[in-house]
Design a protein around this ligand. Structure first.
Ligand SMILES: NC(=O)C1=CN([C@@H]2O[C@H](COP(=O)(O)OP(=O)(O)OC[C@H]3O[C@@H](n4cnc5c(N)ncnc54)[C@H](O)[C@@H]3O)[C@@H](O)[C@H]2O)C=CC1
Length: 443
């Protein structure tokens, strides 16, 4: 079980004929010409063909006593130079990728907006963990498994690697030289191999995605719906986890949602969705989706799960639709049959936003170990009034509790600070990744 933020997945997926990349994503005219003028790949002695250049080879071991390996140092230097122009570099990377490999365009969403910063974020994450092989492997394996639903194949990796290197060379010229390039080739090769291996292993055990038919759609407020689906085959997951979800209206655009119930005997899965302004997926799920519509689900992910090896109490902070996985955790504790105190603080801006309070209070009536306290931050209330973290501190200090936080990024950050401040060690604080689930919210 992880207690800190883990990284966000990058994303592509399979589908119809490839449209040309939008103009702003193409390389500048002079660059396109330069590409034309270059001799064909096979005539360039210094550059082996893609499939050989990125063939698996062990990365050099870190020098004894060194803080970071030379390859890590080179990779991080490039990324530091690239950071201020990351957006341009990423646009250039995708333009090159689609021009050189038009068939790959079909794996990506029509609009690439969200996609673009995901690549750079994934690279930064990989670079951050470069000297921590265990953490890197966990991250990349998940990324590799998660890429199965996009239709990513092993043969795509060298093509991506070639374009990535071209973008780095162009947008990080001060740090780019032969040695840096060699370091990137080794690093990228190692990264892709871990992803390819994880995907291959996963292929033996589970489908790349699940089809799931909407069987119930309840509008709880004008912009919040509880959506219940029936997957086409068993969907194994743990309470507190989340999945990626694609609607038929926005092909290849995937968003994260937590399961709002523990696994049920009937196999149904539920999600709480808030339509956010300009949110394609969330808007469609709340205002357009109806029973009978079919969604696609990726594999489950996330480590905000109940630790059943301890009798510690659970201190849960659920903000807005962040109450969804908290409800699943409560059900999990109930099903496990061991009485442990569970204290839920359910926050909303206005009393009317507490859309799931009836369900939570019903759970409280059914279980004497559970206490549910609604907290309203911005409007009148007959109950607790204020920001969730401040209220939780008042009720503290929570010495024998594990903490679970789910909600908007600001709430998670200030909640973690508060809980650490009142003495809960950070390894006993669990929350969804701020960069993943949260970043996916405005969709
Ligand atoms: N739908 C789902 O399955 C899940 C959603 N989430 C995330 O939960 C969030 C829910 O958004 P909304 O319902 O619009 O929540 P919201 O913006 O209405 O806020 C909910 C609660 O969080 C508090 N809060 C917000 N910002 C805060 C800050 N900076 N410091 C302290 N408290 C703060 C508010 O006072 C309120 O009590 C989204 O970011 C979503 O990504 C998280 C997990 C699961």
């Amino acid at each position: 079980m992880r207690s800190v933020n883990s990284p966000a997945p990058a994303a592509p997926s399979p589908a119809p004929p490839p449209p040309p990349p939008p103009e702003h994503q193409r390389p500048p005219e002079h660059q396109r010409q330069a590409e034309h003028q270059r001799p064909p790949e096979h005539q360039r002695p210094a550059e082996p063909p893609p499939d050989q250049r990125f063939r698996p080879a062990p990365a050099p071991a870190p020098a004894a006593g060194a803080a970071q390996s030379p390859d890590t140092h080179a990779v991080r230097s490039t990324l530091a130079e690239l950071e201020p122009v990351a957006d341009k570099a990423t646009s250039y990377f995708y333009a090159l990728l689609f021009i050189r490999n038009p068939d790959l365009r079909a794996l990506f969403p029509v609009a690439m907006d969200t996609q673009r910063d995901r690549l750079f974020k994934a690279l930064l994450t990989a670079a951050r963990h470069a000297d921590d092989p265990a953490a890197l492997t966990v991250y990349l394996s998940r990324l590799g498994r998660g890429h199965r639903k996009y239709g990513t194949r092993p043969e795509h990796y060298p093509a991506v690697g070639e374009c990535l290197l071209a973008a780095l060379a162009r947008y990080a010229p001060a740090t780019w030289n032969e040695a840096t390039e060699a370091a990137w080739v080794r690093t990228y090769t190692a990264i892709s191999q871990i992803m390819i291996d994880a995907a291959a292993e996963d292929e033996e055990q589970s489908p790349a995605w699940w089809q799931a038919e909407i069987v119930r759609h309840e509008l709880r407020t004008p912009d919040i719906a509880v959506v219940t689906v029936r997957p086409d085959q068993p969907y194994p997951f743990l309470a507190g986890q989340y999945t990626t979800l694609e609607t038929p209206w926005w092909p290849r655009v995937w968003r994260h949602y937590s399961f709002s119930a523990a696994p049920r005997p009937d196999g149904l899965l539920s999600f709480h969705v808030k339509a956010v302004p300009a949110g394609w997926v969330s808007g469609a799920l709340v205002h357009r989706a109806r029973p009978g519509d079919v969604l696609r689900l990726g594999p489950p992910a996330g480590s905000m799960i109940v630790d059943h090896s301890t009798d510690n109490g659970l201190l849960c902070l659920g903000g807005g639709t962040g109450i969804a996985p908290i409800k699943a955790l409560v059900e999990d504790v109930a099903e496990h049959g061991r009485c442990r105190p569970v204290e839920v603080f359910y926050g909303a801006r206005h009393a009317g936003d507490l859309y799931d309070i009836d369900t939570m209070l019903q759970l409280q009536r059914a279980h004497n170990w559970l206490s549910v306290r609604p907290v309203v931050s911005d409007g009148p209330t007959r109950g607790l009034s204020g920001e969730l973290p401040a209220i939780v501190r008042q009720y503290g200090p929570w010495p024998a509790y594990d903490a679970y936080l789910s909600g908007p990024p600001g709430m998670i950050r200030s909640g973690v600070d508060t809980l650490v401040g009142i003495g809960i060690p950070s390894h006993r604080i669990r929350h969804d990744e701020i960069g993943g689930l949260m970043a996916a919210a405005p969709g």
